[in-house]
Design a protein around this ligand. Structure first.
Ligand SMILES: Nc1nc2c(ncn2[C@@H]2O[C@H](COP(=O)(O)OP(=O)(O)OP(=O)(O)O)[C@@H](O)[C@H]2O)c(=O)[nH]1
Ligand SMILES: [Mg+2]
Length: 375
């Protein structure tokens, strides 16, 4: 079959015995159809009309919906990914990753989102812990996979191409882009990655939601009452002062803290949230903080300590929290560190905190920003 359709690559693709014929204009299309029919007939091959579709603006091909210069994943497959049952063993995790991988081009930051799952398959985690993590991850990271419906555009061979590539401990990626090339070169934004950490219930996700609400036009934050405990990764992105901040909000439960260090090498700042009203867990929070900052991958990374829930009567004051965390001065070393009173619930102090982060990451020469397009 491949030899019969030799030299037709510009208007026909072959997959086993399926042929897709595509053209820019109707006139061209009739010519292309003629040509393919002639070739099939010369080879004494038959096609079954009931299995053919002609003159389609869009058609389904190998699980993709293709047409009008766009390619999107087939609706059915998207639903399968979104509704994939929470895995109960490694085989099912592998099956999910295999399925999602077929559509990875549609899912921004695919390798970062799936890192906890791929890590699990490397066998570093104990089986039972691993499966629990995988379940939690899938349950809460759906938002990442939900972006799958973003379309991919066909290339325009009359315009220049740009290859952007990047690699990190978690992922490696290459993007071929067009159209916005002037903007990319002229208005390339510095991108920084900010990790939001802290014990469970400290208010990390509430802080992220407030940040997105305050700094993104038209973003309506989640109702605080609807925020549930994070067991995977929440992602946020804001632009301010000509830079872009990407946030990764991780789960704070003890079992999930093992995931934190996977993001250290990539981040430019840490926002560490402390629940000022939870006096009983202050020491636990400090221990998690100490463990975090002793990690060598965080050397030189600015730290913002958020004394959250300051709206709650009788909560610990910033002064008291500073006193406790000052014991870790030798671990903090010379990196930028600041303690701030915040009520993430009411949004007090959030603006000031983000301003501090932007200022510090910009002046930190130890962790240069990632350059990325604005498109
Ligand atoms: N009063 C008050 N409550 C807050 C504040 N910030 C968060 N909360 C509440 O604290 C609870 C936990 O908030 P989350 O944002 O889910 O906490 P988290 O740190 O993301 O927790 P995990 O995802 O489990 O790690 C929720 O009931 C919030 O409404 C605050 O500033 N003041
Ligand atoms: Mg959370």
């Amino acid at each position: 079959m491949a030899s019969i359709l030799k030299d037709c690559e510009e208007y026909a693709v072959l997959y086993l015995d399926d042929v897709a014929i595509f053209s820019q204009t109707w006139e061209d299309h009739l010519k292309h159809l003629d040509d393919i029919f002639l070739r099939l007939s010369n080879a004494k091959l038959h096609i079954k009309p009931s299995k053919c579709q002609f003159a389609q603006a869009y058609f389904k091909y190998l699980g993709h919906l293709v047409g009008q210069g766009l390619r999107t994943p087939g609706e059915l497959k998207v639903r399968v990914i979104k509704d994939f049952p929470i895995p109960t063993n490694k085989t099912q995790v592998r099956a999910f990753l295999g399925l999602a991988d077929y559509y990875r081009k549609y899912i921004p930051e695919f390798s970062v989102i799936t890192a906890p799952l791929t890590d699990l398959l490397k066998g570093r985690n104990r089986k039972s812990t691993g499966i629990v993590l995988a379940r939690m991850h899938l349950r809460s990271s759906r938002q990442g996979y939900l972006k799958i419906q973003q379309p991919l555009y066909s290339p325009d061979f009359t315009k220049p191409f740009i290859i952007q590539c990047d690699a990190s401990n978690l992922g490696i990626g290459v993007v071929l882009s067009q159209f916005f090339y002037r903007r990319i070169f002229k208005m390339a934004k510095d991108e920084y990655f900010v990790l939001i950490l802290g014990l469970d219930n400290a208010g990390k996700t509430t802080f992220l939601e407030q940040t997105k609400t305050k700094f993104s036009k038209n973003y309506k934050g989640l109702n605080p009452a609807k925020i549930t405990t994070t067991v995977g990764l929440n992602i946020g992105r804001i632009d301010m002062h000509g830079v872009r901040l990407n946030f990764w909000d991780l789960g704070g439960q003890e079992d999930l803290q093992v995931l934190w260090d996977k993001y250290y090498a990539e981040c430019h700042a840490i926002v560490y949230i402390i629940d000022s009203s939870d006096i009983d867990r202050l020491q636990e929070s400090k221990e998690a903080f100490d463990k975090m900052i002793t990690n060598p991958s965080l050397v030189g990374v600015p730290l913002l300590l958020v004394a959250n829930k300051q709206d709650i009567p009788k909560c610990l004051t910033v002064g008291r929290i500073k006193e406790v965390f000052r014991e870790s001065k030798h671990l903090i070393g010379r990196r930028d560190c600041h303690v701030l009173a915040v009520s993430a619930l009411h949004g007090d102090g959030v603006h000031e905190g983000i301003e501090w982060v932007v200022h510090r990451v910009r002046r930190n020469t130890l962790r240069p920003p990632k350059k990325n397009g604005d498109s």
